[in-house]
Design a protein around this ligand. Structure first.
Ligand code: HEM
Ligand code: HEM
Length: 308
């Protein structure tokens, strides 16, 4: 399962590398007694700063590596090498299961190293600064780095847990198959409703016409529709079945059951759309912030090299 392999990749290889790097940095920092005090400009400060900057370059390369993957897939496909798991790319999360290799690394290996090495920056860059902060571009670069890192933590959490929720919600279904079921429920319900009052016919018609699944990005993230016409129809139908004779009552119960099933299917479809939107949305922060951080870091290093 991907959620296991991302963090446990190759027996925690990148966890071990990162823990080692952080330990060396902490020991070196505690043994170092620079005069007058630790800061970014001491020998150790430079070593830590340069190490952190090299890691940042490596982390940014992940974005490049990710974009090369479709090309790898395309050429594999051309050569008939595409596996079924490589085809299963319906969500970002599953897309990492592909093992397209580039430069000896799998995409999964890159992501595992990305997550762990990204975390080491908290220690390396903080010790680099010697805990000296101010209102300047140096501290701005540090703050942007922290924002990128914490958005990365959130993204990793989302990647690890959402795929399980998606599977639990969908069972063996796909979004497309649920949407088809909803269409069928609409057809059956509209036919059944014809024998009842105008109010019932209208409730069912409104449910078919106005029920929304998806919508704009925020509506997708919310996973709900205010005054959902399908839920409204189910609610109102509960009070409208009184007074029917046996035959009609049975038909009414069938109609109610169809609408209740539709309500459940709509809720599942909305949940699926919501989960997939959550898988994407944090990256809209992480990726642009990482570029903003790069710009601030270049400004920090340029300022140091020219003015320090
Ligand atoms: C992830 C990478 C880095 C981050 C987040 C970072 C951040 C910082 C911060 C917040 C400070 C403290 C500024 C202050 O005293 O107000 C600092 C100081 C400093 N940094 Fe960096 N830095 C990084 C990489 C580098 C690199 C690669 C170099 C050198 C090539 C460098 C050289 C310095 C120097 C010389 C200082 C001391 C400046 C002073 O006290 O006036 N840093 N850095
Ligand atoms: C300063 C540190 C970091 C930088 C510069 C950075 C940069 C990037 C970049 C450029 C991407 C590719 C975005 C895209 O092309 O769509 C990315 C993706 C990602 N990063 Fe980071 N990152 C950093 C830290 C972290 C940390 C600490 C974590 C987790 C703990 C993390 C987790 C992720 C994840 C899960 C992805 C998405 C992978 C995917 O969709 O394929 N990142 N990061």
């Amino acid at each position: 399962m991907k959620s296991v392999s991302l963090l446990e990749f190759k027996h925690y290889r990148y966890f071990k590398v990162s823990a080692f790097l952080m330990m060396v940095a902490i020991v070196a920092y505690s043994l170092d007694k620079p005069e007058p005090e630790p800061f970014g400009g001491t020998v150790l400060g430079y070593i830590l700063g340069i190490a952190a900057a090299l890691i940042v370059v490596f982390l940014l390369l992940y974005g490049v590596r990710k974009r090369l993957t479709p090309r790898i897939h395309a050429s594999n496909k051309k050569n008939g090498l595409e596996s079924s798991s490589q085809r299963a790319t319906s969500t970002r999360a599953t897309s990492h299961q592909n093992e397209g290799r580039y430069g000896g690394f799998t995409l999964q290996g890159w992501l595992s190293s990305h997550v762990y090495l990204g975390g080491t920056l908290i220690v390396l860059a903080t010790l680099h600064t010697g805990f000296q902060f101010g209102l300047n571009v140096h501290t701005l670069s540090y703050l942007l780095m922290m924002l990128v890192i914490f958005s990365g933590f959130y993204g990793t959490y989302v990647y690890l847990y959402l795929p399980r929720l998606v599977t639990e919600n969908m069972g063996g279904d796909t979004l497309e198959s649920i949407l088809l079921k909803i269409k069928d429920f609409d057809r059956f319900a509209e036919k059944r409703a014809l024998q009842f009052s105008d109010e019932i016919i209208e409730l069912v018609a409104l449910s078919r016409q106005k029920t929304r699944i998806g919508g704009n990005f925020f509506q997708q993230l919310g996973g709900r529709q205010k005054n959902c016409p399908t839920s409204l129809a189910v609610q109102k139908l509960q009070g409208l079945g009184k007074g029917y004779s046996d035959d009609k009552l049975k038909s009414f119960h069938d109609l109610y059951a169809i609408m209740a099933h539709k309500e459940t299917a709509v809720a599942r479809a909305r949940k699926d759309v919501k989960y997939k939107a959550r898988l994407d949305f944090w990256l809209y922060f992480h990726a642009p912030l990482s570029i903003a951080f790069l710009v601030a870091l270049v400004a920090h290093i340029t300022a140091i090299l020219f003015y320090w």
